[in-house]
Each structure stands twice: as structure tokens, then as C-alpha cells.
Design a binder for this molecule. Structure first.
Ligand code: URA
Length: 427
């Protein structure tokens, strides 16, 4: 393989053949295609795009760079267990995986939720759960099967051998301005989800300022591309498009979001988090032929919470332990009276990151207690001088940078804004 000719072909708008894609992805994984060559190819793909066939080949090559897990044959009490998973393209305050995974498992299904850590302004599910004393993200393949059969719910770190080409390529895209490519995002997400071995998958594709896709049409194209990739690989895949122009729920931060997830599992919690949890739960249940049940019943009935406790305990966590809190708080009050008509998701995500909830380099430590809580949702009345946001940090020196990020994040209007009835924008 001559990587330069492959780069040149894509640069000039040509279509790459299956052998070219296989060779370039395998070569990059093995180290014979240099990072600067892969960066150039990623930029050419970002500008020129890929055909559906190229995207499918690119996805298959990334799956083939590692091990494809086999979750077939799972059973409990002699009955086969269906597997179903959810993936969100990432948003600010998006803690839905936490209540959703045990909720679905409480219906006798297996949910293999292989997750990542956060980088930049969106939080990582594993970082959130690591706020729970004792909890470990590391689960071996044998322990994963055992926990799926016994508890049904597992949220854990993906093994290094799951689509390693994607891991390497994503790190490169992150530092070369080449993340925002629909073909590469679709292939990146779906290679990991197909390699994970789930039988069915529901995608939560976010749209708005806090998401990769700020425009609905782009998010729709991403959803359609991923749904087709899933179907081609034998994974029953469906997608919801959901609003991420304002952050989800009332908090962004690790322990803060676990607290909110526990409220939902206890039958309460913010209305938008409950709505999205139930919308995704219904789609997951429908994907495995269980549309006979109403998932709201296992939130109010406590079965989701029971499965949460079993899931946390199975990974060494103490579900009854108090969660860590940040040492310092600072309150931001409303400047004007009126109605909250805007709270910018990206700004809130950046503020939480400045406070210590996220990381800027892979592997860095995060603060369990740090983050942002907001005391009003879109459309709520606010009073000048009343608390609007609370900042939480272990180090008070972080407050200034977070305040700066939030300077233009809040819009208060004199008239009550039209509030969308639902976060679900489309399917
Ligand atoms: N999430 C991923 O896993 N990959 C991308 O490319 C973007 C978001």
C-alpha cells in the first residue's frame, strides 16, 4: 500500500476501494501508516465525504482491528437473554445511561453498556460512576458475561481490544480538527457498538449547541447512516433525535449527576431526564419485542433501583455510601426578573470542565464533586437577585474561569418563551 496515493485519491474527490480502506486502517493500527498520513487522510475525508459503501468498509476495517465480542447464548433460569444497548452521541448533563441501564435490565434483558471517559466539555459515564466509593469500571470478559446473566446490567470500560483502530484514530482526530465528519463519527460509534456484540441498539443523536451536530439535518443524516450500518451488521438499530441546546436535567458534574440519576430511579427527578429515560426505554424494549410493558412502572415501583444497587455492588461499589461533595460552592444570582429563555449547553459544559469535572488530556484525574447546578429550567420564572446557578469546586481558584464561561450563557426574557413539550425532536 502506498498511503500517499490513497490520500491523494480522497483529496481529489475519488472513491476508495475496499482493499485500500482495509490496508490503510490495518496499517495505521500496526504503525506502518504514520499518524501524519492518517491525519491528512482524515482531513481529506472530512472535506470530500465518503459513500455509504466506503463508510461500511471503514467501519468493518475498524471492527477487524480488534476482537468482536460474542454475547450470544446468555441465559438466566434456562431462558435466553436478549441483549440491547443505548448510545448517546454526547451532551451536557446527559446522565440517562445511569437510570436507563438498570431500568431495562429490570425487565429481564441484558444491557452491555461499554462506555468511555469524558474528554472536553461532555462528561463520561465512567467518570460519573467512579464518584461512587469502591466502584470499578474494569470488568473482564468472563465477569461481564456473569454479571449480564445474574444482574442484567453492566456499565464498564471497553477493553483495549475493542476497535483499537478507532481509539487511535479518535485521539488523532481530536487534535487535528477532524472530529466533525459524519462518515467518521458514524463509523467510530458503530464500530464499537457492533464489536461489543449487542443484538439491538438505540441511538440518542443529540442536536444543538452542546452536541457535535448543531443542525437538525446533519443529526438526521448521522442517525440514518448509523442505523444503516447497524442493520447491515445484523444489529437491530433505531435512533431518536433529541434536543441539546440547553443542558439536560439540573446538573452537570460527576457525583451531581449520579444524585440526579438516583432521583429518577426513586420515581422523581427532573421532568426532561424522566421523559428522555422513558422514551429511550420504550425504544429499547420495542427493539426486543417487549412493547407490552410501560417502563414508568419500574421507576415508581422500585425495580429499576433494585437493579441499580445490584449493578453497583457487582462492581465493588457501595450503593448506600454518601457521594463526595466539592469543598467549595459559589452562587450566581439572576440579574433580571422574568423567564429563563436560554441556558447555553456548551457554556455550561465548559464551566463544569473549568470547575474540575472533566479533563483536557486523556488519563487526567477528575473531581468527583465538581460541577454546575441550575435552579431553573427553560420557561421557569426567575427573580432578580435569586440564586440561578451554583458552582461546585474543590479549588476555589477555579470559580473565576467558570464564571467567565457562563457570562453570556443565560437569557432571561420578560415574556414566557414557548417551551417545547418534548426533548424528542424526531426519529
Ligand atoms: N463519539 C465517538 O465515539 N466517536 C466520534 O467520532 C464522535 C463521538
Amino acid at each position: 500500500l502506498d498511503p500517499v496515493s490513497v490520500i491523494g485519491r480522497k483529496r481529489d474527490g475519488g472513491e476508495l476501494s475496499t482493499p485500500q480502506i482495509d490496508a490503510v486502517v490495518a496499517g495505521f493500527t500496526a504503525g506502518t501508516v504514520a499518524p501524519e498520513q492518517m491525519s491528512a487522510l482524515a482531513m481529506a475525508i472530512l472535506w470530500r465525504g465518503m459513500t455509504r459503501r466506503e463508510i461500511a468498509d471503514w467501519t468493518a476495517a475498524m471492527i477487524a482491528s480488534g476482537t468482536r465480542m460474542d454475547l450470544s447464548g446468555l441465559c438466566r433460569d434456562g431462558r435466553a437473554l436478549a441483549t440491547v444497548d443505548k448510545h448517546s452521541t454526547g451532551g451536557v448533563g446527559d446522565k440517562i445511561t445511569l437510570p436507563l441501564t438498570p431500568l431495562i435490565a429490570s425487565y429481564g434483558l441484558a444491557v452491555p453498556q461499554l462506555s468511555g471517559r469524558g474528554l472536553g466539555h461532555t462528561g463520561g459515564t465512567l467518570d460519573k460512576l467512579e464518584a461512587i466509593p469502591g466502584w470499578s469500571a474494569e470488568v473482564s470478559p468472563d465477569a461481564l458475561r456473569e454479571q449480564l446473566e445474574r444482574v442484567g446490567a453492566v456499565i464498564c470500560a471497553a477493553s483495549a481490544d475493542l476497535a483499537p483502530a478507532d481509539r487511535k484514530l479518535y485521539a488523532l482526530r481530536d487534535v487535528t480538527g477532524t472530529v466533525a465528519s459524519i462518515p467518521m463519527i458514524a463509523a467510530s460509534i458503530m464500530s464499537k457498538k457492533i464489536a461489543e456484540g449487542t443484538g439491538a441498539l438505540v441511538l440518542d443523536v443529540k442536536v444543538g449547541s452542546g452536541a457535535f451536530m448543531t443542525e437538525y439535518d446533519d443529526a438526521h443524516e448521522l442517525a440514518a447512516t448509523m442505523t444503516e450500518l447497524g442493520a447491515d451488521a445484523g444489529v437491530a438499530t433505531s435512533a431518536l433525535l433529541t434536543d441539546m441546546s440547553s443542558p439536560l436535567g439540573r446538573s452537570a458534574g460527576n457525583a451531581l449527576e449520579v444524585t440526579e440519576a438516583l432521583e429518577v430511579l426513586a420515581g422523581g427527578g427532573p421532568a426532561d431526564v424522566v421523559e428522555l429515560t422513558l422514551a429511550l426505554a420504550r425504544a429499547m424494549l420495542a427493539a426486543v419485542g417487549r412493547d407490552d410493558v410501560d417502563p414508568a412502572e419500574h421507576l415508581t415501583g422500585g425495580q429499576g433501583m433494585d437493579t441499580w444497587r445490584a449493578m453497583i455492588a457487582a462492581q465493588g461499589g457501595d450503593p448506600a455510601a454518601p457521594l463526595p461533595q466539592a469543598a467549595h460552592r459559589e452562587v450566581i444570582v439572576a440579574r433580571d426578573s422574568g423567564y429563563l429563555s436560554g441556558l447555553d449547553a456548551l457554556a455550561v459544559g465548559h464551566a463544569a470542565w473549568e470547575l474540575g469535572a472533566g479533563r483536557s488530556v486523556p488519563g487526567a484525574a477528575v473531581s468527583a464533586g465538581a460541577g454546575v447546578t441550575w435552579h431553573a429550567g427553560i420557561g421557569d420564572a426567575v427573580q432578580a437577585g435569586a440564586p440561578l446557578l451554583t458552582l461546585h469546586a474543590d479549588d476555589p481558584a477555579r470559580f473565576a474561569a467558570a464564571r467567565a464561561r457562563l457570562a453570556d450563557a443565560v437569557t432571561v426574557s420578560t415574556n414566557r418563551p414557548a417551551v417545547a413539550a418534548s426533548r424528542v425532536l424526531g426519529r
